[in-house]
Design a protein around this ligand. Structure first.
Ligand SMILES: O=C(CCc1ccccc1)N[C@H](Cc1nc2ccccc2[nH]1)C(=O)O
Length: 167
């Protein structure tokens, strides 16, 4: 459950500060109740200078999502009521994975037509994101990729995904 804390950039001072969207508190100093790792994972952590390699920055990625009946929201632009099992969804995604090989063009073509995420309309592109914004299994897989690299099939509460890191 999110603590409500996020990191924002002070335009007047040009340095980051901590803001809690729930309590409306703001502080120049990190909230004492948060650990180092929690702070690095806060939304807006890209405003923190330094930090571990890649951990404090944003990355850009695209994905192809196949939902199943146990997905958090078993519905999509393609299908109002998704009834396939997780196993069937995984088999479908394995087939796409085989067709994609290492081709970004093929991946974007399949994501546009088959992804159960609204990002299908942007060839699967999710845009830039930092740690603390996406579901953890997705974040862990995406931040482990080099630019241009595909993930293996990963599972989140939304369904099963293949990720391509693009920046
Ligand atoms: O949450 C969204 C929108 C994601 C998005 C971000 C940025 C640009 C375009 C779309 N769509 C969900 C499916 C979904 N679950 C996800 C979990 C992790 C990453 C992307 C995901 N997409 C859904 O449609 O149920």
């Amino acid at each position: 459950m999110s603590s409500g804390w996020e990191i924002r950039m002070s335009n007047s001072k040009g340095i980051p500060y901590y803001f809690n969207a729930v309590s409306k508190q703001s502080s120049w100093d990190a909230p004492s109740e948060l650990s180092e790792d929690q702070i690095k994972s806060l939304p807006g952590s890209q405003h923190l200078s330094g930090g571990s390699s890649g951990g404090a920055g944003t990355i850009t990625a695209s994905h192809l999502l196949v939902k199943h009946k146990d997905s958090r929201r078993p519905s999509s632009w393609k299908e109002t009521n998704i009834t396939r099992t997780k196993e069937e969804a995984t088999d479908i995604l394995r087939e796409y994975q085989a067709q994609v090989g290492n081709s970004r063009e093929k991946f974007e073509e399949l994501a546009s037509v088959h992804s159960d995420c609204s990002s299908h309309s942007q060839r699967g592109n999710l845009g830039p994101f930092s740690k603390g914004q996406m579901q953890k299994p997705f974040e862990d897989a995406a931040f482990a990729l080099q630019v241009g690299e595909f993930s293996d099939i990963i599972s989140t509460e939304s369904g099963v995904h293949i990720i391509l890191r693009t920046a």
